[in-house]
Design a protein around this ligand. Structure first.
Ligand SMILES: [Mn+2]
Length: 329
């Protein structure tokens, strides 16, 4: 069993490097920081390294100020760990640092995980990677520090959409309750850090973006689009939450947020499903992936071209309706 392999590798070694993916949200960076707390409690040497360091929006996570952008000269890890990283390339420019460890361990909950580690502990049933780090604490009988509790709670809040998505269940609530107690956490404060810390300017730009909100004639697919010129002005926090707006439209089964990255000829897509469609499968068609209800991918072409490709693919996955197949050609 992979969890056992992870606990054994941790027990046997001394120096650890922990990394999440580029542009981490709180499940990624929170899991990395909570794992660092666990390792420190076991008396290990540990460095959290992330390409790009800590994003401004996550500076409230305890320990976020210790996140490095590279390893100190001459410091070599025995074990490298990635958390919440489904595809190795997502670690960005620090891949070579992770590869110099004799053992790479990957802890993740994405179904699309590519098993790039020597040890892969992948549990798609976990609501968040933070939930797995919680279980790791319990499995190793390591007391949970206040800092780790805050990080894992924030991870759970983010990946369950504030306990609203389909991955929310009684086990998740029990873990959350446990973390609130251990960390003496005020959920309102965490929520304010996560959702009520926007710049006024960004919310005005969000208003502009939302004028592009559209849906298919049957109302089952809705999307927003952010052209390159707008992308340059708007903050990443607004972009990260964008897909929640088409998702919030009544009757929508699949929501998409499409945005143009700086490089021309491609469009980044975030996909959400309300349950009837597996959007991991759709993202995989375009070389991406994620979870059944939340995934992402990059589609080649201009915004209108990407939209057309995406809508055509989604049509194939929508369930039958009124006796007609969703697969009409
Ligand atoms: Mn996650």
């Amino acid at each position: 069993m992979s969890l056992k392999k992870v606990t054994e590798a941790i027990r046997r070694n001394k120096r650890f490097m922990v990394s999440a993916h580029i542009n981490p949200e709180s499940d990624a960076l929170g899991s990395a920081l909570a794992l660092k707390e666990l390792l420190r409690k076991l008396g290990k040497e540990v460095k959290v390294v992330n390409d790009g360091g800590t994003p401004g929006a996550l500076e409230f996570l305890p320990g976020s100020e210790t996140v490095l952008r590279t390893l100190p000269k001459g410091w070599k890890p025995e074990i490298a760990l990635t958390v919440d990283v489904p595809v190795f390339a997502r670690v960005g420019g620090i891949g070579h640092l992770l590869r110099q460890a004799k053992c790479l361990i990957s802890i993740d909950h994405h179904v699309s995980h590519e098993r790039f580690g020597h040890i892969n502990w992948v549990d798609p049933a976990a609501a968040a990677t933070g939930e797995m780090i919680y279980r790791l604490h319990r499995a190793m009988h390591v007391p949970i520090s206040k800092a780790a509790a805050v990080c894992m709670y924030a991870a759970l809040v983010t990946d369950t959409g504030s306990f609203k998505y389909r991955n929310t269940n009684s086990a998740v609530h029990r873990i959350a309750a446990d973390l609130l107690k251990i960390g003496k956490i005020n959920p309102m404060i965490i929520s304010q850090h996560l959702y009520e810390a926007h710049r006024l300017k960004d919310l005005r730009l969000l208003g502009e973006i939302l004028t592009s909100l559209k849906s298919t004639p049957d109302g089952r697919v809705a999307w927003v689009e952010v052209p390159r010129a707008l992308m340059r002005k708007v903050g990443s926090e607004v972009i990260d939450e964008l897909v929640n707006y088409p998702r919030a439209v009544k009757g929508v089964e699949v929501a998409i947020a499409m945005r143009e990255p700086p490089q021309k000829g491609e469009v980044r897509c975030s996909l959400r499903s309300k349950g009837a469609v597996d959007v991991d499968k759709i993202a995989r068609v375009f070389g991406g992936g994620g979870h059944m209800a939340a995934s992402g991918c990059t589609v080649s072409g201009t915004l209108p071209q990407a939209r057309q490709k995406m809508l055509a693919e989604i049509q194939k996955h929508l369930p039958k309706r009124n006796g007609r197949t969703a697969h009409r050609r």
